[in-house]
Write a protein that binds this ligand. Structure first.
Ligand SMILES: [Zn+2]
Length: 299
């Protein structure tokens, strides 16, 4: 009697696991398909860019989680039909399935963290630099160079570009003079100014009020100044007990002035294994960027 109750339980358990595995895989595929349908439904390239940048990694993360759950279910059907119920064996299989699912989820997380960002970056660049079309005339627009775009940006926007917190792209329809200004995240982080609203708040001075020791946290005050309107702000931070991380400072690079240059690529490798890659349209811009550069403030 007990044998057959256990046998029924096992059969029901296997059915649930099989259905669950199929459902989990279906959910993963649906997440992937719906994400890509939403991207193609956006006709504006800038909107596509924003949607992909904001959602792609997190949506794919959910898809990987669903696959990990599916793998957990599949492992729980191992030996189905050929084995009779045994509490120890059953628990071991549950344990292995959870470990297997976790491993798959972990691999997914690693892929999204280390491999995928490069691919995503290529995809984002494609939409960012895809020639815009003026909706009113149907004319193909041209992307202005950094030195041409300034007249189309207001002073606050230029201040944001100067501290590399925001990057503006200006597209022009040369036949009509119609322009389209698009806002992109810059290479460095700056805070939004409470006074003028631009992302031009930059750290100008750091002051250690209390140094950190091996046993207690320290206190640090960062003084900010808005590079546009000049308003100032100070914020207090804790310093971690042990400072083993040495902020990466790039060696100062000397470039020769060269007007033939149309792309400067800067690859920065941190001591902790991080890598950042930046493109600049001129040597001057790259130099200015390196002066401002601080690995901890990259975004
Ligand atoms: Zn301001």
């Amino acid at each position: 009697m007990e044998e057959s109750t256990n046998g029924n339980f096992l059969a029901l358990f296997h059915d649930i696991m099989t259905i669950g595995a199929i459902a989990a895989v279906v959910v993963a595929v649906l997440i992937y398909i719906i994400h890509n349908i939403r991207v193609s439904a956006l006709s504006d390239y800038k909107q596509k860019y924003d949607y992909i940048r904001k959602n792609e990694i997190s949506h794919y993360k959910y898809a990987f989680i669903a696959i990990a759950v599916g793998v957990t279910f599949i492992i729980n059907t191992y030996g189905k039909g050929s084995l009779t119920f045994d509490a120890i064996w059953f628990s071991v299989r549950v344990f292995i399935s959870v470990a297997g699912g976790t491993l798959v989820g972990y691999i997914g997380a690693l892929v999204l963290q280390y491999y995928y960002p490069t691919k995503l970056d290529k995809k984002l660049k494609k939409w960012r630099y895809m020639p815009r079309v003026n909706a009113e005339t149907g004319n193909r627009m041209r992307l202005l160079r950094e030195d041409e775009e300034d007249v189309h940006l207001d002073e606050g926007m230029r201040a944001e570009e100067d501290v590399f917190s925001v990057d503006y792209d200006v597209w022009i329809d040369e036949a009509t003079g119609h322009t389209k200004v698009e806002k992109y995240p810059g290479h460095l982080e700056a805070l939004q100014c409470n006074n003028c609203g631009f992302f031009t708040m930059k750290v100008i001075r750091e002051e250690i009020i209390e140094p950190a020791t091996e046993t207690s946290e320290g206190e640090l005050v960062k003084h900010y100044e808005c590079q546009y309107c000049g308003s100032i702000r100070a914020t207090q931070f804790h310093i971690a007990k042990e400072e083993d991380y040495q902020a990466f400072k790039p060696e100062k690079l000397e470039f020769r002035k060269n007007t033939m240059v149309n792309l400067v690529k800067v690859d920065i490798h941190s001591s902790t294994g991080g890598r950042k890659s930046y493109d600049f349209q001129s040597v001057e811009q790259a130099q200015k960027f390196l002066k401002e550069f601080d690995f901890e403030k990259t975004q």
